[in-house]
Ligand binder design. Structure first.
Ligand code: CO
Length: 502
């Protein structure tokens, strides 16, 4: 009997590997389309992606797949990896199979039209162009939730795709605490009247010099260039095809020193995670991050907790000064504070470390109400602007800098946004444990030695890939549940010092 199941497991793994090969091929084409494709080739290449995606869909939803899932669901005593592999495959299978095929096809077509409408609406700053499409996308989401099923809150079903196990009940608590704490801290910063200068970052920095410095920092982080590469694209991203090819991109802005650098550090954090996932997990469907939130915790950990810290710049500031005459008259204190200036703004992707989570929480509150039918699409611009005024004290003057700024809703990615702020919470919880485990952590960082940090993340998080759910992983590492406390403490400590608050 044991032999039979072992043989079957080998077959199942081989089947899963085929799926991963297809996804790798799709990924390489996707990367090429965003990094180097000749303009005229886009449509043809789109057809290739369409064909391969159809094949991947077929493998994912086949009768053969169902047989494997059914077979292994009845077997007792599976190891953690096999158990997760089966659960993962089942989740993907159910997600598509529970929806009537004709509705799914209609939805796919709607999504691509909706994305086009969103682009036009954003360009013309007119929500009404996007509104009828978004209404349909929301209707589909609500309909699909009925097929997928839900327990307490309809929005939970969507959250679960990105952050397995997370619920509105939990998020309401941690996001509520975080929102109130940030709004309070922001109020104190405004009251303090302290104004931090950061104009020296907005001088002219050549693309070449920015690229060299980014490469230098990525090397120091431990990013393996023999298993990756850095390129340019319109929006920075990380993509991987297994653990031996993890690519990142960035965008160089000539008069903004921080933009490309921090996006490289951010994507580098994502990339280290993928490069560290062990060979044994390749081809199982588990060679990925534990969740979107855990993935974001790694990128934000490097970008903010490490990359905007005093310890980090103790080492890198003299190097930056050597390379960039623009910083000739900027002392360390100005440099460090300029890196951490707080400025409530309208655009999420340009937000500073403190206010960023508020942008996310606004989207969470809106999505939750929208999916549950408490508000409707037509009300979005008004609700959006009201929340920005209330939490951040700024008000969009038009839809483009308000409700239309992100593309996530155009393709129905409801439930994705919370990952960004969850990443901040997880990151601070991991930091708390890391500080206990590595007492000389900050001394090492001051010497430019980031290996201890990397090794800790590898041993405690990266090596497990997607074997454990985020809450299980968090518990394993920190012995605690999700909490907003550590991130709030971290923010207070950091900004009290920077803004001389009492
Ligand atoms: Co990210």
């Amino acid at each position: 009997m044991k032999l039979e199941s072992e043989k079957k497991l080998e077959e199942f793994k081989e089947y899963m590997r085929k799926l991963e090969y297809l996804n790798s091929a799709i990924g390489v084409i996707y990367w090429d389309m965003r990094v180097g494709i000749p303009k005229k080739a886009t449509a043809q290449r789109g057809e290739v992606i369409g064909y391969l995606s159809g094949e991947a869909y077929r493998l994912q939803t086949s009768d053969e797949m169902k047989e494997y899932i059914d077979y292994f669901s009845t077997i007792e005593g599976l190891d953690d990896v096999t158990k997760s592999m089966v659960l993962n495959a089942k989740k993907d299978y159910d997600q598509t199979k529970k929806i009537p095929e004709h509705r799914y096809k209609e939805y796919v077509i709607l999504k691509s039209n909706s994305e086009v409408a969103w682009e036009e609406a954003k360009e013309k700053s007119d929500f009404n162009i996007f509104k009828p499409y978004l209404e349909k996308v929301v209707d589909f989401s609500r309909e699909f939730i009925e097929y997928w099923g839900y327990e307490n809150n309809k929005y939970d079903t969507l959250l679960d795709f990105y952050e397995p196990g997370i619920t509105v009940e939990k998020l309401d608590v941690v996001f509520g605490e975080l929102r109130d704490a940030i709004v309070e801290l922001l109020g104190k910063i405004k009251e303090s009247g302290v104004c931090i200068k950061d104009d020296f970052f907005k001088k002219d920095f050549s693309k070449e010099s920015q690229e060299e410095f980014s490469l230098y920092v990525l090397n120091k982080m431990g990013y393996d260039f023999d298993a990756g590469r850095l390129d340019e694209s319109v929006h920075p991203f990380t993509i991987n095809f297994g653990n031996k090819d993890v690519r990142i991109t960035t965008k160089y802005i000539p008069n903004e020193f921080r933009s490309a650098l921090f996006s490289c550090i951010h994507e580098g954090g994502h990339a280290l995670y993928e490069q560290d996932i062990p060979d044994e997990l390749q081809g199982t469907g588990l060679a990925a991050g534990a969740s979107m939130g855990i993935h974001e915790s790694q990128s934000r950990f490097y970008e903010n907790i490490i990359g905007r810290s005093k310890a980090f710049w103790t080492y890198f500031y003299p190097e930056a000064k050597n390379r960039f005459p623009q910083f000739k008259d900027v002392d360390f204190d100005e440099f460090y504070k300029g890196m951490n200036a707080v400025e409530p703004s309208l655009i999420r992707t340009e937000a500073d470390e403190l206010t960023y989570s508020l942008h996310v929480i606004i989207r969470y509150e809106i999505e939750k109400a929208l999916i549950n039918g408490e508000i409707e699409v037509k009300d979005l611009p008004q609700i959006w602007n009201k929340k920005y005024k209330e939490y951040l004290g700024v008000e969009p003057q038009n839809d483009a800098e308000g409700v239309l700024q992100d593309m996530h809703w155009s393709d129905g990615s409801f439930g994705y946004f919370p990952s960004y702020a969850l990443g901040n919470l997880y990151g601070a919880q991991f930091l708390h444990k890391m500080e206990q485990d590595i007492p000389n952590m900050y001394d090492d960082i001051k010497q430019g030695n980031l290996d201890g940090v990397h090794q800790w993340l590898k041993d405690n998080i990266h090596k497990y890939g997607a074997v454990y759910k985020p809450a299980e992983l968090l518990k394993m590492v920190t012995k605690e549940e999700l909490s907003a406390k550590y991130f709030i403490d971290y923010l207070n400590k950091k900004y009290y010092e920077i803004y001389n608050l009492k």
